[in-house]
Design a protein around this ligand. Structure first.
Ligand code: PLP
Length: 412
């Protein structure tokens, strides 16, 4: 007899809406209608929702804290255009992302380029746009300076520090210890001394310590330590325009996850602003967020193409999987695989009646969208919805693997 696991209820996104037939509604539109119009698999992004999310966050943060969006989280051009009016700037990781930010209507000056491997093309594009080049090594400093010589004026750079601490409780550490990201804090004085003789000026400092954190206190502590570090390493004579404290704000995906509390972070930031302004009255604080702003506003819809039973376990086979949504398959940043929030979008009002595995079409056991999940009975033709799919979805997935067609992406 099949053994069923005692299941923790999966995290259920807030505010789900259904029509009278129990169909998932996304921005008021039935999932099956969207699937019929655009085909499956399909990513649906709710830009209105993301906009509300940004404004809600802003209303809780102290005045003057700037909100930048990290394009890598979701670079969909239409989504960027819709979000741009609510943002103070964007963080990009390549010349390609920079073009997207510019097309979305963000001024070059409000864009910053970060990443450990900037090519000459990336650097040149940033300089041409008047964007801030995030410097993460001595080599990058000199490359940027060489290109800047042709500009006839000093170009803005920011110094990304690799801190000497880690962001506690973080899904992914991006600092502390040895790291390809940023310059070790202890080397910054030497770098600043070299920069004095080059055609650059220090527009800001940045620390990005980690991602996907649901512990407000851990984030607030990392922000306080980041500011301390920046105040300590920056010699007199430099007055940065901004101090970018990174992000790390997480969203709930898994059983037991709780939404991040913003209030403790906001209180901490208000105190940090006071400390910052004691030394540099005109310098602004910047947060650089991706997942928190868009992650909850995306749904991945994929259609069941087969239903089979193998040695007592039921498998729903879908037309899309890890090739489009690596994160939901558990192969992007998870140590132990856990299910993203998942539902049968065409039968939301039905009672959960069976335990199934949902697998994608690829010939690898890694292509699994849900394991041992308790759902209403579904048949070929039904739609599966994977929630919390607005960040690090399609563009963070191995789309060419097995050469299935790309999913459509629509912005509502
Ligand atoms: C430099 C930088 N900024 C911002 C982000 C966005 O992080 P998140 O989506 O966790 O907010 C990242 C993510 O890796 C990053 O490396």
């Amino acid at each position: 007899m099949a053994q069923t696991t005692e299941l923790a209820p999966h995290y259920w996104p807030e505010g789900l809406e259904t029509d009278s037939q129990g169909q998932l509604l996304i921005a008021g539109q039935p999932a099956s209608m969207l699937a019929m119009q655009h085909g499956t698999p399909l990513y649906v992004y709710n830009a209105e929702d993301a906009g509300v999310r940004i404004q809600d966050l802003r209303s809780q943060l102290p005045d003057g804290v700037k909100l930048h969006y990290a394009v890598k989280a979701n670079p969909h051009s239409q989504l960027l255009r819709r979000l741009a009016p609510w943002l103070d700037g964007m963080d990009v990781a390549s010349a390609g992302e920079l073009q997207r930010a510019l097309h979305a209507g963000i001024a070059g000056r409000d864009i910053s380029l970060a990443g450990p491997g900037k090519t000459t093309t990336d650097l040149q594009a940033a300089l041409n746009a008047g964007s801030v080049v995030g410097i993460e090594s001595f080599t990058q400093l000199h490359q940027a300076a060489d290109l800047a010589r042709g500009q006839g004026h000093r170009v803005p750079i920011s110094i990304r520090l690799n801190p000497d601490f880690r962001l506690k409780s973080s899904g992914m550490h991006m600092g502390g210890g040895a790291s390809p990201f940023g310059i070790d804090a202890e080397e910054v004085p030497e770098l600043l001394e070299e920069a004095r003789h080059l055609p650059v000026y220090i527009a800001g400092f940045q620390i990005y310590a980690g991602s996907q954190n649901l512990q407000a206190e851990a984030i607030a502590e990392a922000q306080a330590r980041s500011l301390d570090l920046i105040l300590n390493v920056c010699p007199g004579g430099i007055i940065p325009e901004f101090v970018n404290l990174g992000g790390g704000f997480g969203i709930p995906y898994f059983p037991g996850d709780r939404p991040l509390e913003i209030a403790p972070i906001a209180e901490g930031l208000a105190q940090l602003q006071v400390r910052l302004h004691e030394r540099w009255p005109e310098t602004g604080l910047v947060l650089e967020l991706g997942r928190y702003l868009v992650g909850e506003s995306g749904v991945y819809l994929t259609r069941v193409v087969d239903r089979k039973v193998s040695r007592g376990e039921t498998f729903l086979v879908t037309d899309g999987g890890m090739n489009h949504h690596l994160a939901a398959s558990g192969n992007l940043g998870q140590v132990v695989r856990r299910n993203f929030p998942v539902a049968v979008a065409t039968r939301l009002n039905n009672q959960a009646s069976e335990v199934v595995n949902i697998v994608g079409p690829l010939c690898t056991p890694l292509d699994r969208l849900a394991s041992q999940v308790h759902l209403p009975h579904a048949e070929p033709g039904d739609l599966i919805a994977i929630f919390q799919s607005g960040a690090y979805g399609l563009t963070a997935s191995p789309v060419a693997f097995l050469d299935h067609p790309l999913p459509a992406e629509i912005v509502l």
